[in-house]
Design a protein around this ligand. Structure first.
Ligand SMILES: [Zn+2]
Length: 677
């Protein structure tokens, strides 16, 4: 019933009804719509909101939305993503059906990529042949000295061969773009999967090694040697894992910023012929780079000299197959899926079209996004989101001005950083140029391969050139947002500006609670444990006085300890130091959104809805954005390597530190809260 009211309103808006027609709508219809925004059916009011607000707000939703077999987690984000994909599918299908699209145009590429991916018979018929040259080169490797060039080639086409090269803004001078090499080469999600003495990890290790063996069989390896080959690959990856820097240590920007001249590289990692490597990677002019993880590269160099070349051949074949299996015939796709089952707990493959669509988003996502926003991002949405955003910026400005513990010198730098923070909503001003990327009707796997190579070339071409500030790190259809640390910008793709994150038709409380707290989250990243080490121009610079920094660090330590206490899948603790930045951003974001809501015209006009006060509505809007079910395997994977805490902790853990929440639901403010801002 309530849904129908909303749908009629939406249809009227699309038909372009004059404003007068809306003013005539009976008041009762509007408040029914408001009540629908509460989503009473998502709640579980048998739960005490002060004990477990996440379940209080989302218990009904979680019961009504079990995880579909093809997913490892299912909630508001995934449901919206699925709807988004349904919509994008139509764009891709119509592009594919348009035989008149000009050769080389984005429309031709969008259509051909999709058509090549959906051409299952063509994929089966082509078999592994499109990758024959890649496998041949690996098979011909006879000497360790030839490894350097082969690693560069495989990395160029997107294979995670031992390590990776890329570009970054120089931490010391953010206007400069430098080369960076980083650890990599692991087929499992994190080093813990290789190293932890834990029965669940051990089971995954066993499944992984068996999977490598079966993949080698598919590639034509003799049965008699696949087990030993897989064991050799596993042992090599395990040694690389042991030398890898843990994810939580990578959050220290000083630890991953180690500028080196070529001479020093030759000393620290002599088995890599650096000059040849950089030439093969298309950047022969580079003479200085950031060796992000020195210990890893020293160990890798040792492995390149001491591990038999036959093991390296197996490893590289495996990594190549691993990277491309999803775009090969069904036997590879199924085998690839078996690993996903073990690692993420997924029960079924996604429908083919959803897999192709995801691949296409990765390959030519800005071309797809360009079409998407033409039809899917009304200017009114942008204006309303901007209004919320500006309210939140103002709230932080006021907060920084009033913070009692901060010295004037630090305060001035913080305000400067906020003033310099650039805001970007929806999509880029200029669109990515794909004219040098060839996409055709197949083989599918070669479309993916060329797109990877194109992207690598495009990225590395930035090194040594003036910084281009116009690029986005997410395609417009993405249901997510980010803070660019070196750019000092906040970015909200069109994809996330939809319900349940943002809905222009609901009372302000829900929008401030949901998209408002997300906007506040991204802004706060500029001032979290990590972002606060960078200045307003994106340079790694300590702009804090010692005393202010100590006070801030005490808050950071409080958050790290709080979140270390949370567990997933029964016994696995979160890595407090890994999730600190996201947790600080959640807390800061929610407080800023609440402050901005209180200062907004929407709050001045707010009423109780269904017995809930405006503040209660705000907190419900916040919690509703995060409702989801997660498979235990997926929960463990995220806890191992993802800087975001699980959604229930993002809600309950954050609210523990918010006095206004307890007050809104009739509780008393408990002592021992963590205070950051
Ligand atoms: Zn974040």
């Amino acid at each position: 019933m309530k849904l129908i009211v909303l749908m009629v309103a939406a249809a009227t808006a699309v038909a372009g009804a004059p404003p007068a027609a809306r003013a005539d709508e009976p008041v009762a219809a509007a408040s029914a719509g408001d009540e629908a925004a509460l989503h009473l059916e998502w709640m579980d009011r048998s739960v005490d909101p002060l004990q477990d607000f996440y379940r209080y707000a989302n218990g009904g939703f979680m019961r009504a939305n079990p995880i579909p077999p093809a997913y490892s987690a299912w909630g508001a984000a995934q449901i919206l993503d699925q709807k988004n994909q349904d919509y994008i599918r139509e764009l891709l299908q119509s592009a594919a059906a348009n035989a008149a699209a000009a050769r080389g145009s984005d429309e031709q590429k969008i259509g051909d990529f999709y058509a090549s991916g959906m051409d299952e018979a063509g994929v089966e018929k082509a078999g592994i042949a499109p990758l024959r040259d890649e496998f041949k080169r690996i098979a011909a490797l006879r000497r360790s000295s030839k490894l350097t060039a082969e690693l560069a080639r495989l990395q160029h086409i997107g294979v995670d061969a031992a390590f990776g090269i890329g570009q970054m803004q120089d931490y010391a001078d953010s206007t400069r773009v430098i080369a960076v090499v980083e650890q990599g080469g692991l087929g499992l999600p994190d080093r813990d999967y290789y190293l932890k003495d834990d029965p669940k990890y051990a089971a995954i290790r066993k499944a992984y090694e068996e999977h490598i063996a079966r993949m080698l069989v598919l590639l034509g390896e003799a049965q008699s040697r696949v087990s030993s080959a897989a064991a050799g690959v596993m042992a090599l990856e395990t040694r690389l894992a042991a030398a890898s820097m843990p994810v939580e240590d990578q959050r220290n920007p000083h630890a991953i910023y180690n500028m080196r001249e070529l001479a020093a590289l030759a000393h620290e990692a002599p088995a890599i012929d650096w000059r040849r490597y950089l030439k093969a990677s298309g950047v022969p002019q580079v003479t200085r780079l950031n060796l992000a993880m020195p210990k890893f590269f020293a160990a890798l160099s040792h492995e390149m000299q001491s591990t038999p070349i036959a093991v390296w051949r197996d490893y590289l074949r495996w990594q190549l197959a691993h990277r491309y299996a999803a775009y090969l015939p069904d036997a590879y796709v199924q085998e690839n899926f078996r690993l996903a089952q073990a690692v993420r707990g997924t029960k079924e493959l996604l429908p083919r079209w959803r897999r192709v669509l995801r691949a296409e988003d990765g390959a030519i996502g800005f071309a797809v996004g360009h079409e998407y926003v033409k039809h899917h991002f009304p200017p009114e949405a942008r204006a309303q989101v901007l209004e919320i955003l500006h309210g939140i910026r103002a709230a932080l400005r006021d907060d920084l001005k009033a913070l009692p513990w901060m010295s004037e010198a630090t305060r001035a730098r913080a305000l400067e950083k906020l003033a310099l923070m650039e805001e970007r909503i929806g999509y880029p001003d200029s669109w990515r140029d794909y004219s040098r990327l060839e996409i055709d009707r197949g083989p599918y796997v070669l479309n993916v391969l060329r797109a990877n190579a194109f992207d690598d070339t495009r990225e590395l071409a930035k090194i040594g050139k003036p910084l281009d500030r116009s690029e986005w790190g997410m395609v417009p259809q993405t249901i997510n947002a980010y803070y660019g640390r070196s750019m000092n910008n906040i970015n909200f793709p069109a994809g996330i500006l939809q319900p349940p994150y943002f809905d222009p038709t609901v009372p302000a409380a829900f929008n401030y609670g949901a998209i408002g707290s997300i906007i506040g989250h991204e802004i706060t990243h500029g001032f979290d444990d990590h972002g606060s080490q960078f200045d307003g121009h994106g340079n790694l610079e300590n702009w804090w006085s010692k005393e202010d920094s100590d006070k801030f660090q005490a808050g950071v330590g409080c958050i790290a300890e709080q979140f270390s206490g949370y567990t997933v899948d029964g016994d696995m603790h979160l890595k407090g130091r890994l999730v600190t930045g996201e947790s600080i951003a959640d807390l800061g974001g929610l407080l800023l959104a609440l402050r901005a809501y209180h200062a907004s015209p929407g709050y001045a006009a707010a009423q109780d809805i269904g017995g809930f006060t405006p503040e209660q509505q705000f907190f419900l809007g916040f919690a509703h954005a995060w409702g989801e079910n997660v498979r235990p395997e997926q929960a463990r994977m995220w806890a191992a390597a993802d800087p975001h805490p699980p959604n229930d902790d993002r809600v309950n853990g954050t609210l523990t530190n918010v006095a206004q929440f307890a007050e809104a639901f009739g509780g008393t403010s408990a002592a021992g809260r963590c205070v950051i801002w």
